[in-house]
Structure formats: C-alpha cells, structure tokens
Write a protein that binds this ligand. Structure first.
Ligand SMILES: Nc1nc2c(ncn2[C@@H]2O[C@H](COP(=O)(O)OP(=O)(O)OP(=O)(O)O)[C@@H](O)[C@H]2O)c(=O)[nH]1
Length: 736
C-alpha cells in the first residue's frame, strides 16, 4: 500500500496523523497494561486515556455501555472486561500500546498472558477501598513476571475516598514501598485536583469543563499557598530521602551537590531516579485522581511515559539468543468473520511485514502473514512493517494459537536454541529451563470444570465443532473433548463464569443455540499399588495377521506427573523400532486418558514394559490397541484412588458475618488455615474442595447480605478420603 493510500486510509479511519503509524524509536515505546480489582475503574480510566490522547472523539461511559475497549457484546451487558483488547495511541511523542486486562478470577489466564507481553503496568485502585482481593492476585502475577508498576488511586471524588488509607493498604497488603508523587487537593466531594510533589505545582481542573481537557498547572507560591507549599516541600524532601535510600547514584547526587538545599534539586533528576527505582521494582510511584470526573488522567499518562520502561530496558534474557532475528509471541487470537483469525503479536526482536513467511515453534509449522494491522480496539489500520518492541495484529496466520512463539525460520529457532543451551551450560542451568525461556510461553492451567454441550440438532454438530475450534485458538484454557462412550462433546473450563461466557459466545457469534449439561468437577485418578497384566491381540484382517503379546506393570509414582512415566525392560528396549515405540506410547497415553473409576485421566503412574512380542506385519494401530487394553486391565486390578481439585479460598467478610461464613465452610469440607484482620474486615484463608464450592457466590451473597467478597484459585489435586470417594462413586453410578 502506498503512503498516499495509507494517508487516505488513515483519514478514513479517524486516526490523527501519519506520525502515529510510523515505527517509533524503541526508547519511545511503552507496552502497558492496566490491572485492578473488579470495578476499580480500569475501563473508565482507559476511556479517558484514549480520549485525551486524541484517539476517540467522545467520552465513553461504562454505565452507558459504549466504551471502546469493552467491545464484545457480553462485556457491554455485564459491564466487566473479559477479553483484553490492545489499543495503540501516541502521547507527547511516545507510542503507547495499552492492553486492557480482565479482572475476574476465572480469567486469570488472560491476565497472565497479557502480563507476559507487557513492559509495565498501571495498578488502578478504588481510593475508598484500597487493596482488594483481586488486586493482590494480579499484583502477585506481576511480581512473577517482574513487571514494573505505578499505582493510580482512582475514585478520589467518591464519598469515603481516602488517599492515606489507600497508600497504607499498598504498604501493608502489597508489601510495596509507595513513592508519593502527588497529593490530592480535597477528597470525596471536595476533590478538585492534585499537587505534583516532584515539581511543586498544583494542577486544578476547570469545574466548568465537561471533559476535563482544560486544567491549569501552576507553581505553588509562598504568597498564595503558604500552607500547601510547606506541606509539599516536606513531602518532596521525604520523597528525595526515600529515593536516595533506594538508588545509590541518586544518593551520591543528593548528598553531594544538593545536601544543603533539596529545593535546588531539579525535577528531572528526581524523575530519572524514580524511573530507575520503578524499574528495579524497589518502590512504586503513586498518583491519584478521578477518571469518572475527568481529573488526574493526563498526569497519569505523563507518568507512564516517564517512569515505566521502554522495551529495551527490560533486559529479557532470551533476546540475546535471537541476535536481531525475528522473535514474537502470539498473545491473543480473535476471529473476524471477514478476515479470518487475527493474531496479536508482541515483537521482541526483528521485524515483520505483510507477505512474510514465519515459523511457529510450538506448532512446528510455517505460514505466511498476509496483512499487518495496528490494533485500535475494534478498528484496525493497515501498515507496511513493524519492528521490535511493538504490538502488531496480523492477518493470514491460520495455525497460530495463543501462546505460540513466532520466529523467522526453523533454522533461526535452532540457532537460538543452541545459543541458549550453551548459555545454560555456562550457568549450569537445565536445558528445559532454557527452552522455557526461549519459548516464552504462558503456562496453561488444567481446566477444573466440565460439562456436555449439545447442538440444537445433529445437523448442526459440524457448526458447533467449528465454533469450538475457533474459540479454543483464542482461549487455550478452554478444552474440548469427545466422550468416547456417549459420543457427546465435552467442554472443560476454568470456572462457572468461563463456561457460561463460552456458551453465550457460541450463541451470539456463531448463531448456535446449544444446550449445556450440568457442570461437573474434573476429577483425576491414580493407583496406590503395583500391578502386572498381560494381554494378547490376535486378529486377521484380509490376509494379514496382526499378533502382539505384551506384559506390563503399572505402579504409583511418588512425584506428581500428569503423563505416565514409561520405562522399558532392557530386553524390550533392545529391539524396539522407533515406530513401535511410538505406537506403544500412544497406546499407554490413550489408556491413561480414562481411568477405571470415573473415566477421568490417570496421573502419577509409572509403567514398565516387561515384554513385547510383535509378529512381523502387525500394524502400529494394533500394537497401540493391545498395549492400551493391557494397561486398562492392569489399572482395573489396582487399588484405585480419586483425586479432587482443592482450591485456595480467601473470603473477606465483616466481623458480624464471620460466624455464619465459617459454619458454612465447615459443612463444605473447608480447611481454614488462618483468619486475618484487615481494617474492620476479617479475611478467612483456607482450602476447600472445588466440588463443595460450586455456586458459592450466590451462597455467600445470601449469607452476608452481599457484603463479603471471595477469591478462588486452584491449589492442587488431593486424594479424596474413602468415605467421600465412595459417596461420589455411588452418586455417579446412580445408586444414591
Ligand atoms: N465515583 C467514581 N466512580 C468511578 C470512577 N471511575 C469509575 N467509576 C465507576 O465505577 C464503576 C466501575 O468502573 P469500570 O471502569 O467499569 O471498572 P473496571 O475496573 O473496568 O471494571 P471491570 O471491567 O468489571 O473489571 C462504574 O460504575 C464507573 O462509573 C471514579 O473516578 N469515581
């Protein structure tokens, strides 16, 4: 596409200038996410950011359901953010790629996936509530991915908003060191603006402006604001001392040149030091405002460009292995009816262009990018190329799934892998860790819930299969399988809301009314002892005789392993061809998919093949079938155990409602670890089996008149006690 056309296209697409699409220098890129507890104001803050940066012409309002980032229909209706949308815009010469992350616990995979591609994040808090349960979860995830952060205390206009309370909760609950870069002018109804502690200026928003674009920035003067100036000078001195404690370079500067008078220290020197401290994650800058009342968002944008890192400041280890060759991570797939799958890529190194052939490491396939777009919520602008540090949207990649790593060719990946291995040897690191870093993938948790899904008629089954295939590429935490006995399609997901949303999307986006069976917990099975079995398969098909005899032993493993550990007796290993070995392993894996008790997957088992005799001419399918049948026979004979998902539960409840909540949890086989005190609230922390906690949000709402909140996360799979196990088995077999 020519530049002329591009220019025209841009005007048509309502984009400000050509400037916004040219590859910006990497130092000027910020890949940012906004994370928060539900309802803290992420969407409203994002909307304001897009408006002030000039990318939207009017202010969206979550309560009216017309925001840009929550563009999926259900999100509009539910008023929550489910799928993250990447939005690209410019602010004062910086390119900002903003990824709106979801806040609901069922979508933590989405959050993880987004965090993986971010260089920095803004944590939005409701200033009247401080740190809430979900903020803690995402904060921990951001710690895991080492993402530098800044905090925005939103809702300063709300009755009950307290800057000090919110700052204290950041200090206490997040164990972070807040750097107060601003102080509010007024709180609740009297909130008017903020004071910039670094520059000693006050920022006041014009009360008559309806979009908050109009605000004035004035230096604090002795004459007009003596009290405030005194307060801010003290706050600035405290900030300087705090930063000097955390940054040696700054400490040298402060103790040398400016030790007599901190007032002489230029704002830029302090800003540079705050940037370094933010990057080192030894402290977090704190700002405040009210997105809804259009106050404090422009300084937040300035802070994003000033304090959060550019992509080249992240020091991602795997980059050195690519030596400038293409390396990108597919972090989201969307399905567009006209254009087919759209894949969001974070480019770590190298460059991408339309018509480029790329190699997908995880899928081990090569495919071609047909077009390259810049993501602007649900609008997309076509561009000629994009370089490292950017987020791109590609058309044409049909096999790429969320979480896949994209490189220029297979040989480039192999070269990077060799460099990583050499590096790993130097550092005595295990090779699989090098591989993990190289692939930079996102861990996909195992789904804990499942239910059957049926199309409205048998004729619609292919349409349902297609819809599920598309949805799975977008969301790898959704699993789909076929029940081998009933032939029904089974949907496996991360939570009740997750399954509900998928059901909803199939209806809206694919026009299919489907029926869900009751939601069930995904159990696992294991064995407790060691058992041996032998089997022979002798079948003649046409004029070919297939004959296999196998003897194997299955025993329980001490360590946890989803896949069976397979061993061969020396005599078997000696003359086993590669094809036969693969056939054996396929057979064993398929037998482990369906345990003898509930048909759930078998885990934590080791299998030893003691003997395997294969008659010449026997097909590999027959080898697999025989081995699989033999293992099933062994598993049936063993002492069997059901494993159930155990959840970490955290309930925040006022003191008055603590007793009924505890009594209810006791009935749900809950195991309470501790009860903490947070302000007037009690926080109950413990474990509870997933099977006992279905529909808990409704129960908790009724028990506490809607005053409690809870967070739930998979802890591990644990053995059920014999009594619970036999109750479950009789329920399943319809005996009770
Ligand atoms: N008083 C006040 N209300 C606000 C402010 N910002 C957002 N809200 C309101 O808080 C509610 C939630 O805002 P959202 O922007 O949807 O919050 P969110 O964090 O995106 O929510 P999820 O997408 O559900 O995670 C809405 O009713 C907003 O109008 C603010 O600065 N002050």
């Amino acid at each position: 596409m020519s530049l002329e056309l591009l220019r025209e296209g841009l005007i048509g697409n309502d984009i400000k200038s050509l400037h916004s699409i040219i590859n910006p220098p990497i130092a000027k890129i910020r890949n940012i996410g906004i994370m928060a507890h539900i309802d803290a104001g992420k969407t409203t803050t994002t909307e304001r950011i897009l408006y002030y940066s000039g990318y939207t012409r009017s202010l969206g309002d979550v309560d009216d359901g017309d925001t840009v980032t929550d563009f999926m229909a259900q999100e509009r209706e539910r008023g929550i953010t489910i799928q993250s949308a990447a939005v690209t815009f410019d602010w004062k010469g910086y390119r900002i790629n903003l990824i709106d992350t979801p806040g609901h616990v069922d979508f933590t995979l989405e959050v993880e996936r987004c965090l993986r591609v971010l260089d920095g994040a803004v944590a939005v808090f409701d200033a009247s509530a401080g740190v809430e349960a979900q903020t803690l979860t995402v904060w921990r995830q951001a710690d895991k991915h080492k993402i530098p952060r800044i905090c925005f205390l939103n809702k300063m206009d709300k009755t009950g908003a307290s800057f000090n309370y919110a700052v204290e909760s950041i200090r206490e609950k997040l164990k972070a060191k807040p750097l107060l870069l601003q102080l509010p002018i007024g709180e609740g109804k009297t909130f008017k603006g903020v004071v910039d502690v670094v520059s000693k200026e006050k920022l006041l928003w014009n009360p008559n402006s309806d979009d908050g674009k109009d605000f004035e920035r004035k230096p604090l003067l002795e004459m007009s604001d003596p009290e405030l100036l005194k307060e801010i000078t003290e706050a600035r001195n405290a900030l300087i001392e705090q930063v000097a404690d955390l940054d040696d370079e700054f400490a040298d500067l402060v103790l040398g040149e400016f030790s007599e008078n901190f007032d002489l220290l230029p704002a830029e020197k302090l800003q540079t030091a705050v940037h370094r401290v933010t990057l080192a994650q030894t402290a977090v800058p704190v700002l405040c405002g009210s997105a809804l009342k259009n106050k404090g968002v422009q300084p937040l944008l300035d802070a994003i460009t000033m304090y959060l890192p550019s992509p080249e400041e992240r020091n991602l280890e795997f980059l050195q292995w690519y030596k400038g060759d293409l390396c990108a991570l597919a972090f989201k797939v969307l399905h567009d009816k006209q254009r087919g799958p759209l894949v969001f890529l974070r480019i770590y190194s190298g460059m991408i262009k339309p018509q480029l052939a790329i190699h997908n490491i995880n899928g081990n396939c090569t495919e071609r990018i047909s077009r390259l777009l810049l993501p602007f919520a649900d609008q997309h602008v076509e561009i000629p190329s994009l370089t490292a540090g950017n987020i791109a949207l590609t058309v044409g990649l049909k096999h790429t799934t969320t979480g896949d790593t994209i490189v220029s060719s297979k040989s480039s990946a192999l070269a990077a892998c060799r460099r990583a291995e050499r590096e790993g040897e130097k550092k005595h690191r295990q090779n699989n860790e090098a591989e993990r870093l190289l692939l930079a993938g996102v861990e996909i948790p195992e789904p804990v819930f499942f239910c059957t899904i049926e199309p409205p008629s048998v004729a619609k089954q292919p349409d349902l299969d297609h819809a599920l295939k598309c949805l799975q590429r977008e969301d790898p935490s959704l699993k789909v399988k076929l029940d081998p006995d009933s032939g029904q399609t089974i949907l496996c997901g991360m939570g009740e809301l997750h399954i509900e949303i998928i059901h909803d999307r199939i209806k809206r986006e694919y026009g299919l009314e489907t029926y869900l069976g009751p939601l069930q917990v995904a159990y696992r099975e294991t064995i407790l002892n060691s058992v041996r079995a032998t089997d022979t398969l002798d079948r003649t098909l046409g004029d070919r005789r297939h004959l296999v005899t196998v003897e194997l032993e299955a025993k329980s493993l001490e360590t946890s392993s989803l896949l069976p550990v397979i061993e061969y007796a020396a005599s078997v290993a000696a003359d086993l061809s590669q094809a036969s070995r693969e056939a054996v392993e396929n057979g064993l894996h398929s037998a482990c998919l369906q345990g003898p008790l509930l048909g759930s997957p078998i885990q934590d088992v080791a299998i030893t093949l003691h003997s395997l005799v294969i008659h010449p001419g026997t097909s590999t399918t027959m080898i697999s079938a025989c081995v699989s049948r033999c293992l099933q026979k062994a598993l049936k004979k063993a002492d069997k155990q059901i494993l159930e998902p155990l959840m970490n539960l955290e309930v925040t409840v006022t003191r008055d409602y603590l007793s009924p909540v505890l009594a209810d949890l006791a009935q749900r086989r809950g195991n309470i670890q501790e009860i903490q005190t947070r302000q007037d609230n009690r926080v109950v922390i413990g474990f509870v089996p997933l099977a006992e906690i279905m529909g808990y949000s409704t129960v908790l709402r009724t028990l506490t008149s809607g005053s409690a909140t809870f967070a739930l996360e998979l802890s591990n799979y644990q053995a059920m006690n014999p009594q619970d196990q036999s109750t479950l088995l009789s329920q399943r077999s319809g005996l009770s």
